[in-house]
Design a protein. Structure first.
Length: 250
């Protein structure tokens, strides 16, 4: 269900995913989104329409466009909020890589995919070979790896992990945090990896040309991007510089 928070960074808005095993009375809601009472009411209406209740709330990560409404939604549903970051949880149970659990007959497996943020998780639905990726893989465009929380080395490792899951057949569709469903996840991740490699090459070329600050590099490398997005691009460049520095010193 699409939250009403469109922007250049959130695309059409945040995708709130409602997961219900057919015939079950228990639903899982992933990323309730921003604090918007109308959106939360619509999610509750959708769950009630199939005779279910919200039994668990999961967060792919703690960015406000995904997690801001979690506490309010928990108040409305009395369901726990489960996340990797203890600060985002409501209830005693967190989430970590390799965790597997069942809600109303629906099996969910947790896949750590850090990089966009340190607390980024993806959720695998084995029966559907579907992976909910939050902001790690989007339905359109590419995601932001923003310094200091975003780590490019971790992000590239996460993309490689998702590509391996796609290549093995464990994942055949990606359900992203923004944008449409990705029907060919292997192709999408390969595009992401090539895009990152191209950006890194551009940053290296800018350094060779004499640019020294992130702002100088952005003006050269992101010259064709809306200047309103340059502050975010600077954070991305800082993450790329950190990656290149670690690579050269390692």
């Amino acid at each position: 269900m699409l939250a009403p928070n469109p922007s250049p960074m959130t695309l059409d808005g945040t995708n709130t995913w409602v997961l219900i095993e057919p015939g079950s009375a228990e639903a899982v809601v992933v990323d309730p989104g921003p604090r918007h009472e109308g959106h939360l009411a619509a999610v509750l209406e959708r769950v009630a329409a199939v005779g279910a209740r919200v039994a668990s709330i999961l967060l792919t990560h703690g960015h406000p466009d995904h997690a801001e409404a979690a506490r309010r939604f928990a108040e409305l549903t009395r369901a726990p909020v489960r996340a990797l970051d203890p600060m985002q949880r409501l209830g005693s149970e967190g989430l970590g890589d390799g965790d597997a659990f069942t809600v109303g007959g629906l099996e969910i497996r947790v896949v750590a995919t850090p990089g966009h943020t340190g607390d980024s998780l993806s959720f695998l639905l084995p029966a559907d070979r579907a992976l909910l990726t939050g902001d790690t893989v989007l339905g359109r465009g590419t995601t932001l790896v923003a310094h200091p929380d975003g780590k490019l080395a971790e992000y590239l490792d996460s993309l490689t992990r998702i590509r391996q899951m796609a290549d093995s057949g464990a994942v055949s569709v990606v359900l992203p945090g923004h944008g449409p469903i990705v029907a060919e996840p292997g192709v999408a991740v390969e595009f992401y990896l090539k895009h990152r490699a191209a950006r890194l090459a551009q940053v290296e070329a800018a350094l060779a040309a004499g640019d020294r600050t992130a702002r100088e590099i952005v003006r050269r490398v992101y010259a064709d991007v809306d200047p309103g997005l340059w502050p975010a691009a600077e954070l991305s460049v800082l993450a790329q510089l950190e990656y290149l520095d670690a690579k050269s010193s390692g």
